[in-house]
Write a protein that binds this ligand. Structure first.
Ligand code: HEM
Length: 492
């Protein structure tokens, strides 16, 4: 734990009224982080405070947070992602971590959603090394057959002619893949309770009232959050205990993690640590993939020529069959579409850190405990790196080779997403199987507003009509409204 003495933030930013102005600015940023930050960057440059003088706190679990700094650009990405001793990460549970010792009911906050996110320095290095075998290339490739089976079953439930919220379809699908590969549970068998608890916990966690009124009294959102947390904690603990008892590697990630042991130090994972890793991996894994796929399907729905070329490529290499691991390497346009989709509409738009010691960033002094949000989205939209940055142009990847600080949908440095290989394989398999079988026509009744902080998601979902793949790609092009129009150039 770092110790923070009260200090003022001198990074420039907008003047806001004390207390309520800061709360409003924080809530606005949490709900529309791209819109608010784009305006601030335009006015103040590439390093800006969410509020002049600081005093905001979104992510840091430490008391006396001096404030929130937003920044972007390759130099900033390099500085923040390569200085691990200065820029610490914190548990995904955010400021709730601070409440872990409040009562017996809050103790799960001490491990839940901690995992790799909540540890730093040597501890992070050791744990990351312990986890690496579960994410080794060959291990990830062994999930291919399960992924294909689950995608096949999910696609066969789509009905031609119906309108679906594709975000929800993808959420169910990526959750099923995560529960199978992580917990070894088939959704249709016995994981429905787990999924229900996960959904309930997710809904309570994102309710702003839980943060603003952390009172554990029946009927209040924070009380409901704790109820959901405790139930989920017990359910996951029982899954882990069964794996400990069996000591057989069932092919899933938990089975592997209960057996890990560091060869040099003899370090193994305690039950709480394992629970922290599993919950953090689950949370980090499925929501990001869900929204990456939804945004790519949106972009394809508005770019008929690119979609036609992509379906041609898929048909000619795969002939309607699910891709093998080897075939995934032979789909260059699919690869470029995924890269460009993750650039233009960056599903994980920010990289959050907290300074563990006084430092400077972009020429400004940052006191200890400052929370820093590095904008992956804004870096991906710099015209110096990507000419016509708002254009969805997969072809650009034939000639450009950005550095890891210029293109970092999975972040950079030694905290780079450990699940990147898993995610890319999952996304490509889903897109390939879906696009060969169906054409999805965007329904534009509702605005497409990209909102959120940890994950950038379409606020009202994304509705699409399911057709057999009939190659009528021009249907549904145009008529899009909402803030997404400021992020990507659309033809009509
Ligand atoms: C397209 C989907 C995904 C995207 C865009 C994504 C993106 C990211 C980003 C930006 C980070 C932050 C790294 C940092 O703070 O420097 C991260 C970390 C992490 N991700 Fe992912 N992720 C995805 C999928 C997954 C999956 C499928 C898993 C696991 C199965 C996963 C597990 C993790 C973990 C455990 C970390 C923490 C790494 C560490 O601190 O050492 N992610 N991811």
């Amino acid at each position: 734990m770092i110790t923070i003495t009260k200090s003022k933030l001198t990074v420039p930013g907008p003047r806001v009224a004390p207390v309520f102005g800061r709360i409003t600015q924080t809530l606005n940023f949490v709900s529309d982080s791209i819109g608010i930050s784009s305006q601030l960057f335009k006015t103040y440059g590439s390093v800006v405070s969410l509020a002049q003088g600081g005093g905001t706190n979104i992510y840091s679990p430490h008391a006396n947070c001096p404030g929130t700094v937003l920044a972007y650009g390759p130099d900033i990405v390099r500085e923040v992602t390569s200085q691990h001793d200065i820029y610490h990460k914190c548990p995904l549970i955010g400021s709730f971590y601070r409440r872990r010792n409040d009562s017996e009911r809050t103790t799960p906050f001490s491990h839940f959603l901690v995992g790799l996110f909540g540890i730093n320095n040597d501890s992070h290095r050791q744990h990351r090394q312990l986890l690496m075998p579960a994410f080794h290339k060959s291990r990830i490739e062994s999930y291919r057959n399960d992924m294909v089976k689950i995608v096949e079953s999910s696609l066969s439930q789509l009905k031609v002619g119906e309108v679906v919220n594709i975000v929800e379809v993808m959420r169910r699908l990526t959750m099923s893949i995560a529960t199978k590969t992580l917990f070894g549970k088939d959704v249709n068998e016995d994981s429905s309770n787990l999924i229900r608890l996960l959904q309930e916990f997710g809904a309570q966690l994102t309710n702003p009232a839980s943060v603003l009124l952390p009172i554990d009294f029946p009927g209040l959102p924070y009380h409901n959050l704790l109820d959901a947390l405790i139930a989920l904690d017990e359910e996951m603990r029982s899954i882990i205990r069964k794996r400990y008892a069996s000591s057989v590697d069932g092919g899933d990630i938990i089975s592997m993690l209960v057996q890990v042991k560091d060869a040099d130090s003899g370090l193994t994972l305690t039950e709480d640590e394992l629970l922290g890793h599993v919950t953090a991996i689950f949370a980090a894994g499925h929501d990001s993939s869900t929204n990456v796929i939804a945004w790519i399907l949106f972009l394809l729905s508005q770019h008929p020529d690119i979609t036609a070329d992509l379906v041609d490529e898929l048909d000619s290499v795969l002939h309607g069959e699910a891709p093998t691991v080897e075939q995934l390497q032979k789909l260059p346009l699919l690869d470029r579409v995924v890269k460009e989709g993750m650039r233009v509409l960056t599903a994980i738009p920010w990289n959050g850190r907290v300074t563990s010691q006084p430092t400077t960033l972009g020429g400004y002094e940052l006191p200890v405990g400052t929370e820093v949000f590095v904008s992956i989205y804004q870096t991906h939209h710099m015209p110096e790196i990507y000419p016509e940055p708002e254009r969805f142009n997969p072809q650009r990847w034939e000639t450009i080779q950005p550095t890891m600080y210029e293109y970092n949908p999975f972040s950079a440095g030694s905290r780079i997403c450990i699940g990147a290989g898993f995610a890319i394989m999952e996304i490509k398999i889903i897109l390939a199987m879906l696009l060969m079988r169906y054409r999805l026509q965007l329904i534009t009744e509702k605005p497409i507003n990209a909102k959120g902080l940890i994950v950038m998601a379409p606020e009202n979902g994304m509705f699409m009509k399911v057709h057999k793949q009939d190659r009528q790609f021009c249907q549904g092009v145009g008529g899009v409204h909402g803030n997404v129009r400021e992020m990507v150039n659309l033809m009509n």
